[in-house]
Structure formats: C-alpha cells, structure tokens
Design a protein around this ligand. Sequence first.
Ligand code: SF4
Length: 330
Amino acid sequence: MKDTTPTTFAEIDSAKVKATIEKIDAALKDKPVSKQVKQKLDYAKKKWPEALDRYAVQEAIMGDNRNSYSKTDTDATFMRMKEDHMGNGQLKPAYNMQISTSNQFITNYTIHQNTTDTNTLKEHLNEHKRCYHSMPTVVTADAGYGSEENYAFLEKEQVTAYVKYGQFDREQNETIQQKHPFTADKLFYNEKGDFYVCPMGQRMEKKGNYVRETTTGFKQTITKYQAKDCSRCPLNGVCHKSQGNRVIEVNHNLNRHKREAKENLQSEQGIAHRKQRCHDVEPVFGNIKGNHHFKRFMLKGKEKVTTETGLLCLAQNFRKKNAIEVKKAA
Ligand code: SF4
C-alpha cells in the first residue's frame, strides 16, 4: 500500500531521515534504477542518520551561545588569541575570564564560554549581586561592552554607566570625522516630525520599523528613513553608494543610550573613572599574566576552571595587600 503520510522537515532528526530513505527505497523496488542512484541511496542510508545523531550530540554540548568546542575539554570554546611571535593568529580552546577590580583588588570574577565580551556583562554583574546582595553603583568598561542590551540592563538596575560604545573614540577624532561627513549620525533629526534632513536639505521620511533579534535574543527596533529623490543630486555617489534613493536605518533607543553614555564619559567624573580604569584593571591582568606567567589554566571543565580562577584572584589580592603593608612599614 502506498504511504501518503506527509513528512515535515521543519525539525530534522535521524528517525525522519531513516524513514524517508526507506520510503524512497520501497518506491524504487522492482524499478530499473541506475547504479549511481543505488550508490547514493546506500550512502545516505549508511551515513546520514548516523551523522545527524552526531550533530545532535555536538549541538547539545555547544548549547545556544557557542559554535565550537574542544574535544579535549568540551566546556572550552575556540577563541582567537593574541598573535604568536611569527605574527600568526592563534585559535585555541579557551575560556573568557572577566574580572572587576577596585584599587587593583579583584572584587568579582566570572568565567564565560562565549567569545565576545559584550555578552558577558549581565552575567558578570548578576554574580556581583549574588555575592554582595546589590549591584555596583558605578560601572566603568571599555567599548567591548557598549551594546543596547547592556545599556538597557544597566539603566534597569540603576547603575551609573561609564561604558564606551564602538564609535566613541572615533567620534573624538576630528580627522576621521572629516573624512566621513555624510554618515547617518551626522544628519539632522527632527524629533517632533520624526524625519531626517539629508545633506542637500531634503526630508528623509519614515518608511517604517522592523525588529531585529541579536544572538542573545535581545530585540532591537530599527526605523527606516528614505530620501525622496537622489537622481539629480550632485552629491549622489558621495553621500551614499547604493542605487536609488538613500535609505538610512536608525536605532533610536541605542542612540539615546549612546547620548547618555557620551555625556557621562565626558563629564568630570567620567574622565576620572576612565583614567582610573587604565591603572586599575589592566595592571592586575598584567601582573597575573606577565609577572607571574599565568598563561593557561591547569584544570579542565568550567566548574574547575572557575575554582582555579578564584584561587588565582585570591592570590592576587593577598599579594596586593602584602605590597601595601610592606610599603606602609617602610
Ligand atoms: S544623494 Fe540623496 S540623500 Fe544624499 S544629499 Fe543627495 S538627495 Fe540627499
């Protein structure tokens, strides 16, 4: 009897693939089939279900936040290291270690399996809250942590943020700014009328919103604006390179966070916090890695690596305390 059960491949697993191959096999039985087709079917029967089972295991190990893992330590993710002495980029199994410091004492540490610092801030600060029963009042961090999701989190937790965003340093550099005079952030925005004005004074009308989801599932609302007619504009080709009328995409919420961050960073306290960051957290890493030659973890597995990091931080804090006492006694 002919099997007419529809097979849905929205979710593929080895059982479905096996069943489909068997259906094809049955349909081709007693039919003249070429050698190549037979070979391909045999290959699919032998390899595909097994491969899918293997992929399912690998995906379970990686979880939602990773796209690689080490076979010798499945908790470790492949991360780009500093170049070796020959200038080659190094991709090695690693953990992303995050620390907070106060006057060169380590106050919090966390171990992460994802490669980007941006996605570590929330977990790191939640760990601070777990240890001290409150969020820090102030957070100073470099541009690697300046995302809309992190700014929104800091705002919700009422933490004063001195956190740079990606373009902050470029914005302070006039030479770079002069080279790119037509970027969207330099266009005039009429908040009341919700439109932009292009470099030739033409209104760029709102075309609508769409929602973009980041890798962590955070939803960003993006608004599109478009110029009416770029065809006869003398700046066409310089102002934008795309065909047709210029379209810009704006994240108003991120822009609001950036404005606040910029104001904070350029304030008197902001400048002091930024200066403090350079000689607070960086020397701690320098001391651990450079002076004490800690270049790799001795243990495997996230739990053990977290314990090893705790001991490392404890030793660093004892050394620091001892150095202060010695200085006092001298
Ligand atoms: S190319 Fe279009 S958007 Fe750019 S200045 Fe000319 S009219 Fe305005």
